[in-house]
Design a binder for this molecule. Structure first.
Ligand code: NBP
Length: 472
């Protein structure tokens, strides 16, 4: 077989089918053989599968250099599979971890396998089960050498946009899984922003879920066109069969935040990159799940708000659209800053424009405006701030007034918009002539002799705050 997949739950099974449907002979294996058998029984006619019950048989069925895609539960299961696999492989073989590993684990695994002459490719795969089958966005890390033989196969099974594969070499060791992590973080921000837009429309207009769904469907024909806006329109127009209510109205309003959003925020803090959109989105999920706190606050905390009496309803809808677009650009800009910071710190040399390009199809955040991001990095590969690119400066600039009206309106009427508000605060912060950080530096010097720099000459200074207040 030309490539093998071990781990045949939803993702691995569909990835194996995708390889087979694209003409590759695929070796397949799973810890419990029943899954392998069911894959063959249900889809064996879709291409050429070589099934093995044992891992040794699976490895033996692969042409060299062997390419083994591991698609098992992230964490201990991945280590267990690698430990079992490694003694069966030979130098030059390639192990691809296509699960959602945390990138420091990928760095560790790559190091261990490299010492044994093996290539370890930590690869992000986005698009859920449908993407795995029909064409995901693939973000492989590891050595360039491994990409030479593996890349063409992955590119073939990936999503295509305008004939371009949504797969490219990302960078050494943990780079692929890092980029996938940030992708998921951006996904958190994007979903939170959409949810806030929905809430604003609901509370501002007093509109039904179905009516708001129609607004999203309309938005999906413009700059906001994206998978997430499209499915939002569908979800909002869906009616619950059991009750006849709008489906969204019968879903419990408590979201979960599992691995990747939290990792992205933790890493943002480690790198000192303000990814406020992603952080607020992650915390908003945590707030929603804080049942005891919400029970204590509901009906207790003073609201002091006036009813939202809109005069220009169409104008309001357009304002929400512009505010959503601007906030979304901020979230992406922050995510790309995070990729740049990690790339510099770990020496990964990640091409940010290429990342935007491979996110245009297959993945959850696929969107029309990713083309604009690629173009921005083509204009300047070292762009220090995506927001400062000429296209985004103009596009966001045109909506700033709307953005301010929406954030102010939300505050006045008590609608929680953490991601909209923090994105605007970031925008105003990053463009400020002077920030009150000067006062913070002075305070730190006062209580901790932390010193400060001056605007008028070089050097570090300290004022004798408890003495005669002379400067040293
Ligand atoms: P799961 O994450 O549910 O994992 C189930 C698979 O792991 C089964 O094949 C299972 O074998 C195998 N496995 C486990 Br659990 N422990 C094992 C061990 N010690 N040794 C060998 N195999 C072991 O599968 P999934 O939902 O298909 O996801 C696979 C990976 O893809 C995960 O890392 C996930 O985070 C990632 N991912 C998922 C999605 C998605 O939409 N679901 C999207 C993107 C990425 P068994 O059959 O014998 O129990």
């Amino acid at each position: 077989a030309q490539i093998g997949v071990t781990g045949l739950a939803v993702m691995g099974r569909n990835l194996a089918r995708n390889f087979a449907r694209n003409g590759f002979t695929v070796a397949v294996h799973n810890r419990s053989f029943a899954r392998t058998q069911s894959l063959l029984a249900e889809h064996g006619d879709e291409g050429v599968f070589v099934a093995s019950e044992s891992l040794a048989g699976f490895v033996a069925s692969l042409e060299r250099p062997r390419k083994v895609v591991v698609m098992v539960k992230a964490g201990a299961a991945t280590d267990a599979v690698i430990d079992e696999l490694v003694p069966l492989l030979e130098p030059g073989d390639i192990v691809v971890d296509a699960g959602n590993a945390h990138f420091p684990d990928t760095v560790r695994r790559e190091d261990a396998l490299r010492a044994r002459g093996l290539h370890f490719v930590g690869s992000g795969v986005s698009g859920g089960e449908e993407g795995a089958l029909l064409g995901p966005s693939i973000m492989p890390g590891g050595t360039r050498e491994s990409y030479e033989s593996l890349g063409p196969i992955l590119e073939k099974i990936s999503a295509k946009v305008d004939g371009v594969a949504c797969c490219t070499y990302v960078g050494p060791d943990g780079a692929g899984h890092f980029v996938k992590m940030v992708h998921n973080g951006i996904e958190y921000a994007d979903m939170q922003l959409i949810a806030e837009a929905y809430d604003l429309l609901k509370q501002g207009l007093g509109a039904t879920a179905g009516e708001i769904g129609q607004i999203f469907a309309r938005w999906n024909t413009g700059d906001l066109e994206s998978f997430l806006i499209e499915i939002t329109a569908e979800v909002l127009q869906h009616v619950d069969a059991a009750t006849g209510s709008a489906f969204v109205d019968i879903v419990a309003d408590q979201a979960e935040q599992k691995g990747t959003g939290r990792w992205t925020v933790q890493n943002g803090l480690d790198l000192g990159v303000p990814i406020t959109g992603i952080a607020e989105a992650t915390f908003a999920r945590a707030l929603s799940g804080g049942v005891a706190q919400r029970d204590a606050a509901r009906g207790t905390l003073v609201a002091d708000v006036a009813p939202w009496a809109l005069e220009d309803r169409e104008g309001f809808v357009e304002d929400v659209r512009l505010a959503l677009y601007a906030s979304k650009v901020v979230a992406y800009s922050q995510g790309f800053d995070q990729i740049a910071a990690a790339s510099a710190q770990f020496g990964w040399d990640i091409d940010r424009g290429a990342m935007a390009r491979i996110w245009r199809g297959g993945c959850i955040i696929r969107a029309r405006f990713l083309n604009r991001i690629t173009e921005a990095y083509e204009r300047d590969a070292d762009l220090p701030l995506l927001l400062a690119d000429e296209y985004f400066t103009a596009a966001v600039g045109a909506g700033v007034g709307a953005w301010r009206r929406i954030v102010a309106g939300a505050a006045l009427h008590g609608v929680p918009t953490p991601a909209f508000s923090s994105s605007l605060a970031y925008y105003d912060g990053v463009r400020a002539e002077r920030l009150p950080a000067a006062l913070i530096q002075a305070q730190r010097d006062f209580f901790g002799a932390h010193t400060y720099r001056r605007t008028d000459r070089d050097g570090s200074f300290h004022t004798q705050w408890s003495g005669d207040r002379t400067e040293q």
